[in-house]
Design a protein around this ligand. Structure first.
Ligand SMILES: Cc1ncc(C[n+]2csc(CCOP(=O)(O)OP(=O)(O)O)c2C)c(N)n1
Ligand SMILES: [Mg+2]
Length: 687
């Protein structure tokens, strides 16, 4: 390979600045991956300087192109570019600040506490980090949601002569990204949906941590992607910015497919010690090799964190000036659009402000008391539809289970390559990428939900975890939430999943106990704009409680509340339950009350919300003095210890379930009003 086959000297200087900043930061931190930033500096330069519609002075311009570094271990590449491009700082509320998003000092503090330059790019730490990456495969998968959101917004809001949304999504990805199965789900989906606004650039460097990709990866990636319905282009030299530009230009002309550019590169390019190119994955080069490499680049050997002023100026005159002009043109267009389309522009402004539309919850139904009741998946379906009517950018779908998860929105269309404005999404049987697509949509301002059986959160958990890390208010609609699903048996019966989901910090795990709790829990969940929520719903019918006799369901917003007090007002025990076990606990409460045993019944649809309440409220519901505490939940005990205390008792599951009608299963596993009542009696010493 040439030093830089066709780059001009200022380009080469800019590219080498990215490289040396990355090398120096990794060296100073004595940790991180310099080799990939060194190899990918030319393509990153080319994308930012000549292609991205991105105004560094307005990094949250909603119609910007998105750049995703899926190989998050190469984070210094992103930080170097954000610094050099002069991306401006934005605070945690999205307000522009003076000064740069990434300062040179931040780069000097790469991987140190409180530096926005974390080991892997963390969305929210600095403007320009469009999504959190690091778990390989998540970035490429999230990019599909971003591209889809751009298409949805364009189809819904563009008008002839007012092309507001034309944005694209550019992704750099690595061998690891494409080895991970989620990339297959993502590419399959993007190909099916013909997302021509999506471009992945695959760093085909034939090396991963253990060595040559021959060890574990031998497919022909271009052919694989052609099979997915993608356009595949090969570029043989990662230093050849002209060839890279030709490939991008040809991708631009393809109207019916996403594009992957398979870009051959040499990791640690420029480092003279070939043996070390392997080590360059996860290790700094070492001071001697840094010097030799700088010499090779024609760089002052002893200079560190050197940013030649002409490079800063070059970026300002490039992406800076171009991006600003594009954004200003767009703003003029939007100003005209506002006059011509006040309703649509009003919606967009609300969406961009991250606000809920006025009256969004006015059509959430309330449900009449009904001893037979309905499955909470059914009431969930009604509530989702009620919300959707007043919330235009609330949309979602299921991983091929809509008839079971009840997530189909009436009066709207399916989203497809023929109609990107549809609001019923069909993710196919691809839970993992569904989770990531929801993240990408949410990062683009939409309010998405995705549905599957609760047990299959195992297939989606990595993306749920990232939603929580990124504080994205994604909604998961998770039905068939326990042994209550019955005959499908242990593979389909979640046991540990409530506790496993509660273990994810920042994920609201919500398990409403009747139809009105479903309604109020959705109302509370949607209002929370900085945390994802898992709505955990039953297949089987749950009686709709008579709220004239019991506390109002609106108390669900507090996470846990006294549903029914001990008749004397002086409880000797507290009975807690969630979801489908609320009815079982209610039955036990009635039995015990009739026998004169004083027990308080607490409905606890969301422990995360409850834990957020002030202490006065929490102890008013769970007084410290009452140590006779019993929890009922058709899952494992793990997440209940904090409420149960040492004297607590738990009625639930400790093994996998079984295949049988659900009534038989509840009996078999002892989750019955009789057993609950017996446990309460034992706890208060009246057994
Ligand atoms: C899901 C996941 N598994 C494992 C890792 C740990 N890891 C970081 S980089 C890497 C492989 C690097 O190879 P490649 O993806 O080809 O990137 P390159 O080193 O070529 O930049 C691995 C396994 C990870 N980040 N994510
Ligand atoms: Mg590699």
């Amino acid at each position: 390979m040439s030093v830089a086959a066709t780059s001009t000297s200022i380009e080469l200087l800019a590219i080498n600045t990215i490289r040396t900043l990355s090398m120096d930061a990794v060296q100073k931190a004595n940790s991180g991956h310099p080799g990939t930033p060194m190899a990918l500096a030319p393509v990153a330069y080319q994308l930012w300087q000549h292609n991205l519609r991105y105004d560094p002075s307005q990094p949250l311009w909603p119609c910007r192109d998105r750049f995703v570094l899926s190989c998050g271990h190469a984070s210094m590449l992103l930080y170097s570019v954000l610094h050099l491009a002069g991306v401006r700082k934005v605070d945690h509320h999205g307000k522009l600040q003076d000064g740069p998003s990434i300062t040179l000092d931040d780069i000097k503090n790469f991987r140190q506490l409180h530096s926005p330059c974390a080991g892997h790019p963390e969305h929210g730490e600095a403007a320009g980090i469009e999504t959190t990456t690091g778990p390989l495969g998540q970035g490429v998968a999230t990019s599909v949601g971003m591209a889809l959101a751009a298409k949805w917004l364009a189809t819904r809001y563009n008008r002839p002569g007012f092309e507001l949304f034309e944005n694209k999504v550019y992704v750099l990805c690595s061998d690891g990204d494409l080895m991970e199965g989620i990339s297959g789900e993502a590419a399959s989906t993007a190909g099916h949906l013909k997302l021509n606004n999506l471009l992945w650039i695959y760093d085909d460097n034939t090396i991963t941590i253990e060595g040559h990709t021959e060890l574990a990866f031998s497919e022909d990636v271009a052919t694989r992607f052609e099979g997915y319905g993608w356009n595949a282009i090969r570029v043989d030299d990662a230093n050849d910015t002209k060839a890279i530009q030709r490939a991008i230009d040809s991708a631009d002309k393809v109207t019916d497919r996403p594009t992957i550019i398979v870009l051959k590169s040499i990791i640690g390019w420029g480092s003279p010690n070939k043996a070390n190119t392997h080590g360059a994955h996860g290790a700094p080069l070492g001071p001697d090799e840094v010097k030799l490499t700088k010499k090779f680049y024609g760089w002052p050997e002893d200079a560190q964190f050197l940013v030649p002023p002409e490079v800063t100026e070059h970026f300002a005159n490039g992406v800076g000036a171009r991006g600003r002009a594009e954004r200003e043109q767009w703003e003029a267009r939007f100003a005209a659009y506002e006059k011509a389309f006040p309703k649509e522009s009003g919606e967009l402004k609300t969406l961009w402000a991250g606000k809920l539309p006025e009256g969004w919850d006015a059509r959430i139904p309330t449900f009449a008391a009904d001893p037979k009741g309905v499955g909470s998946r059914i009431s969930s379906g009604k509530v989702l539809n009620g919300i959707a009517k007043g919330f235009p950018w609330f949309l979602g779908g299921s991983a091929d289970l809509a008839p079971s998860t009840m997530t189909l929105l009436e009066q709207t269309d399916s989203l497809s390559s023929h109609n990107y404005a549809g609001r019923n999404l069909h993710f196919g049987i691809r839970e993992h990428v569904m989770g990531a697509i929801l993240n990408g949509m949410s990062l683009s301002g939409l309010r998405p939900y995705g549905a599957t059986f609760f047990v299959f959160t195992d297939y989606m958990r990595p993306a749920m975890r990232l939603a929580a890390i990124m504080k994205q208010p994604v909604i998961y609609v998770l039905t068939h939430d326990s042994i209550g699903l019955g005959e499908d048996g242990p593979t389909h019966q979640p046991i540990e999943h409530l506790s496993a989901c509660r273990a994810i910090p920042g994920l609201d795990v919500v398990r409403p106990g009747d139809a009105n709790e479903v309604a109020e829990c959705y109302r509370a969940a949607i209002k929370r704009q900085h945390s994802p929520a898992a709505m955990v719903l039953s297949r089987q019918n749950l009686p709709t409680l008579d709220r004239t006799k019991f506390a109002p369901a609106s108390l669900c917003a507090k996470g846990g509340y006294i549903l029914a007090e001990a008749p004397s007002g002086k409880p000797a025990a507290i009975l807690m339950a969630t979801g489908s076990e609320l009815d079982i606990a209610m039955n036990a409460w009635e039995k015990l009350s009739a026998e004169g045993i004083q027990v308080r019944l607490v409905s606890m649809p969301c422990t995360e919300w409850f834990d957020e309440q002030d202490e006065a409220y929490r102890v008013s519901v769970l007084p410290l003095a009452i140590t006779a505490r019993i929890a009922v939940e058709a899952g494992v005990r793990m997440s209940w210890e904090k409420y149960l205390g040492p004297a607590g008792r738990f009625v639930g599951m400790s093994t996998f379930g079984a295949s049988a009608p659900y009534g038989a299963l509840y009996k078999h596993f002892g989750i019955t009003p009789e057993n609950v009542a017996a446990q309460v009696k034992a706890a208060v010493g009246k057994a």
